[in-house]
Design a protein. Structure first.
Length: 308
């Protein structure tokens, strides 16, 4: 027997309440969740981008047990000013990092963006994400995703304000005029400084870093640096809970694509435990129904939801 409670469905047989759709990941329930996860990233970091499928799968399966708070850092400060030969060396290094990460993880990111655009002020893009967050956690997360898609997938110059505004116009429910005003506000700058301070206080030395906290405020958080297999993160949550968490029933593939608007083959593979052949079969069905359209890249396909 199941019953609805707001944006959650409660399963009596499982003894848990699960989100009805992905937007519920960002809706605070009446009860505090037993695990809190701090995620520290640089939006331009390809390794941080490759963490996306893991985060999505955790949310799909165990979001009733934890909340996630994202903190931003600006690691590539040398790009904030044009610096001749040093800049050229950083560009070469970043292009290589993008391509190597894509090959190793399967998450598409095209290093050619560093040769096709002059990304001299990544600070502006990071500040824009904090400005978007002022309109709510869900809006901020969706905007973060749009900015990363622009950089990693479409090779756009996210150091340009017009690109950042275009990203805002592609986030459903976002007030673009308010965003433009907030982009130049001290509030957004203060929010970013707060993120930087949190990283410093928690000794975050590498990105991505995830820190897991339990109910006991006297216990230090468990810090995990870098990119690891999905099972590692589930084990950490289990350790904090003192028991193995119960999985939520999966949302449909169509629901998943509809909420995120654009997803990669790898994200579908990780979240739904599908092979490449299974993905092609299921997504072709949605194509025939005119639910999605396929966008081919160097590293597999992207699937865009077609608004009805």
């Amino acid at each position: 027997m199941t019953s609805k409670e707001g944006s959650f469905i409660c399963y009596d047989d499982l003894g848990i309440c699960c989100p009805t759709d992905p937007s519920s990941f960002y809706v605070m329930g009446r009860d505090k969740k037993p695990v809190e996860i701090y995620v520290f990233i640089d939006p331009l970091c390809p390794e941080c981008w490759a963490l996306e499928p893991i985060i999505k799968k955790l949310q799909m399966e165990y979001s009733n047990y934890f909340t996630i708070t994202t903190f931003l850092r600006n690691e590539i400060r040398s790009l904030n000013t044009h610096c001749g030969e040093k800049y050229e060396a950083v560009v070469k290094e970043m292009a290589q990092s993008f391509n190597e990460t894509s090959c190793r993880t399967g998450m598409p990111c095209d290093g050619d963006v560093w040769y096709e655009n002059t990304l001299t002020t990544p600070y502006v893009a990071i500040l824009a994400i904090k400005a978007a967050e002022l309109q709510g956690k869900a809006i901020g997360i969706k905007y973060l995703r749009r900015v990363r898609e622009s950089l990693f997938l479409y090779k756009q110059n996210i150091a340009e304000e017009n690109v950042l505004i275009e990203c805002a116009s592609n986030v459903k429910g976002m007030d673009v005029e308010e965003f433009i005003k907030d982009l130049h506000s001290d509030v957004a700058k203060d929010a970013l400084q707060s993120d930087m301070k949190a990283a410093q206080e928690m000794d975050v030395e590498a990105l991505p870093t995830m820190i897991f906290f339990g109910d006991d405020v006297d216990e230090p958080g468990l810090k995990v640096q870098g990119l690891h297999s999905y099972d590692i993160y589930v084990e950490i949550i289990s350790e904090i809970l003192g028991k193995k968490p119960k999985k939520c029933p999966p949302v449909s593939l169509e629901q998943f694509v509809a909420f995120y608007s654009l997803v990669t083959d790898l994200e579908i593979s990780v979240v739904f435990d599908m092979t490449k052949e299974q993905i092609n079969k299921e997504m072709k069905k949605l194509q025939i129904k005119q639910v999605v359209e396929e966008i081919r890249t160097k590293r597999g396909s992207l699937w865009r939801y077609k608004e009805k």
